[in-house]
Ligand binder design. Structure first.
Ligand code: C2E
Ligand code: MG
Ligand code: MG
Ligand code: MG
Length: 289
């Protein structure tokens, strides 16, 4: 099409974009196969009580074990899965893997730990989502109290009305809900009153500016304090994402945010490597670096 204007006048598809499109297309084909070939797996990252290092729960994070390209991070394939609709197949696979994991740990005598699973916007607004999740959990014999869903603030903004309805339904079924990447969605704050979530996950971009310098950047601090205060005043749990340093840990504790997830404690890990931490129920500060 773009070629119609003749030699040297490629206007839309330069060789580079052509290559990129081809690459995307190839990846999409591969992803279709991956879903059939069980190439999707989960890593898990602990959420930790900053006061005493107690391991509170886990977030499940998808990985793709590609036969030639190795382990592919979700940033490379989740957006692709969303734009192609494949997420509606991938989502249930991830959720089943999480249920299976809980079942396996239970069989191995590992102390029970709740797992949080990410839901994409397309899944959130899919008809019958809550029922399907409840049915799956039940078929595995997993109590909903051991499962949580993370939905992004930006996803809920597609339709606040429908988001309120789905979140209410999920809560009524016994699942917990966290609002992920909080603070990045530019949502009107008034919607928070109506969305019955359990916790806010403070996006790691807010924490990134708190470092070891004696003079902390004032704007960044003001915003972080406001977000934590908002969660506190609404009676929501606050979970800080991306804690990488002791200075960040101290800042959070001083400002009433006691739960965090981050490399400072632990990177996302495969299930077998996590098992000792689960048995200990404890994660050491600085241990993930
Ligand atoms: P998210 O849900 O906000 O997950 C947190 C991301 O931050 C993870 O990246 C995690 O590895 C990373 N992280 C945690 N602590 C630190 C830290 O201290 N420093 C830094 N720099 N990063 C940290 P990951 O695993 O690459 O996942 C990226 C995103 O992909 C997730 O962001 C989530 O939006 C999406 N995703 C992952 N798994 C799934 C899934 O099963 N379903 C859906 N729909 N989305 C998923
Ligand atoms: Mg998440
Ligand atoms: Mg997040
Ligand atoms: Mg995030």
């Amino acid at each position: 099409m773009a070629k119609a204007e003749g030699r040297g006048s490629y206007r839309f598809f330069t060789p580079e974009t052509n290559e990129r499109l081809h690459e995307q297309f190839q990846l999409e084909q591969d992803l279709r196969l991956a879903l059939e070939r069980d190439e999707i797996l989960l890593h898990f990252q602990p959420r930790v009580d900053l006061r005493d290092g107690r391991l509170l729960s886990l977030e499940a994070l998808a990985r793709w074990q590609h036969p030639e390209r190795g382990l592919i991070p979700p940033g490379r394939f989740i957006p692709l899965a969303e734009s192609t609709g494949l997420i509606l197949q991938l989502g249930p696979i991830v959720f089943e893997l999480a249920c299976r994991r809980l079942l396996d740990w239970r069989a191995r005598g590992v102390p029970p730990v709740p797992i949080a699973v990410n839901l994409s916007a397309n899944e959130l607004f899919q008809d019958g989502l809550a029922r399907r999740l409840a049915d799956t959990a039940e078929s595995f014999g997993i109590a909903p109290e051991l499962l949580e869903f993370e939905i992004t603030e930006s996803a809920t903004m597609r339709s606040i009305e429908r988001a309120v309805a789905v979140v209410t339904e999920l809560r009524d079924l016994g699942f917990a809900i966290a609002l992920d990447d909080f603070g990045t969605g530019y949502a009107s704050l008034s919607y928070l009153n109506r969305l019955p979530v359990n916790s806010l996950k403070i996006d790691r971009s807010f924490l990134a500016e708190i470092d070891e310098r004696p003079e902390l950047p004032r704007q960044a601090i003001a915003i972080l304090k406001a977000i934590i205060g908002l969660g506190e005043n609404l009676g929501l749990e606050r979970i800080a994402e991306g804690v990488e340093t002791e200075a960040q840990r101290r800042f959070l504790l001083a400002h009433h945010c006691t739960v965090a997830q981050g490399y400072y404690y632990c990177r996302p890990l495969p299930a077998d490597q996590l098992e000792p931490l689960l048995r200990a129920g404890q994660v050491e500060a600085g241990g993930g670096l």
